[in-house]
Design a protein. Sequence first.
Length: 374
Amino acid sequence: MKLVIDTEKLADAAQWAMRAVPTVPSRPFLAGLRLEAADNTLTLSGFDYYRSARASEECEVSEPGTLLVPGRVLTDIVRSFPKTKQTLLALDGNDLALSCGTAHIMLPTLPLDDYPTLPALPAASGTVDGATLAAAGARVAAAASTDDTLPVLTTVQFTLNDNDMTLSSTDRYRFHVADLPWTPNKTTKGRGRTKPLTAGSALVPADVVTDAARVLADADTAEITITESQFALSVPGRWATGGIIEGALPKYPFPTEFESVVTTGTEALTDALKHVTPLLDKTDPIVLDIADGQITVRAGTDDKGRGRDQVDAEIDGEPLTVAFNPGLLAKTLQQIDGPAVQMNFNGQHKPALMHAPEQAGIFRGLLMPIRLNG
């Protein structure tokens, strides 16, 4: 292998491929990045049997080849190189030589024969606006659980329909849902578990969705693939795959009629939470007293200290007092894309529906309240 490549492009590609390299690999070779140079293109790949990430960049290849190098070391080295200069990569015996400006590095290669075969990239199920999917994926994945003993709850569920798809996720205490348009590829072909789906539901690991969202944000169009066993996203030069989790999310009917509808400033309510949250321990609730055109946010106890703050609100319906986990409430508010948040209640003990006004069809979050003693 011998090639010359723009250093900034190499650094970006390496950082993307590293998303699929485990922090603590079960096998030494899984700590590697696979480099393949051919047809004036360098492709870097990471894989951990669970997900893969691939990035391709144009370069000048004088000697094609494929090798495996320690991924973290390579990524850290090229990120430190001056971005205004090109980097030369050349195989020198059993080492990969990297030269950029006055820097010259010899990096030992890893046994390529031990590296697993990367999953094939199936045909696309359809296309979707990259930025829209990125925003929806990040908002919904925020509600996924991090408890690996319940793998179904660590996922984002993709439900595909003719003209739109629905993303949903829950950790049993909150439920985030987003809807967005897409264009299914009705002519796609395949068999069995590798056939791209254009209808139905599948559970995708939330971390795969979150990582992919970071590269999708600047993409006009992204291709999405869902089969019985695999999920894939791609934009020009970048690919990500992950395995499908068997099962389905628990179903919960989202209410459509409410006793109280409260609208207030998203930033103002978020700031009020920040002002009193330091008084709370991890298990303490934050209380919202909603009445008389205001939300009073209060927290604390006599022995820990008490605090309150107030924000103006439009209230349609009955006044009420409701308590939430402060962290979950704050994270749900973070997903509201707009200056105002509409909170819909059916009493203090039933889940509250939150979304930006007139945007329930784009993103909505359902949050379980906490029952107050007494």
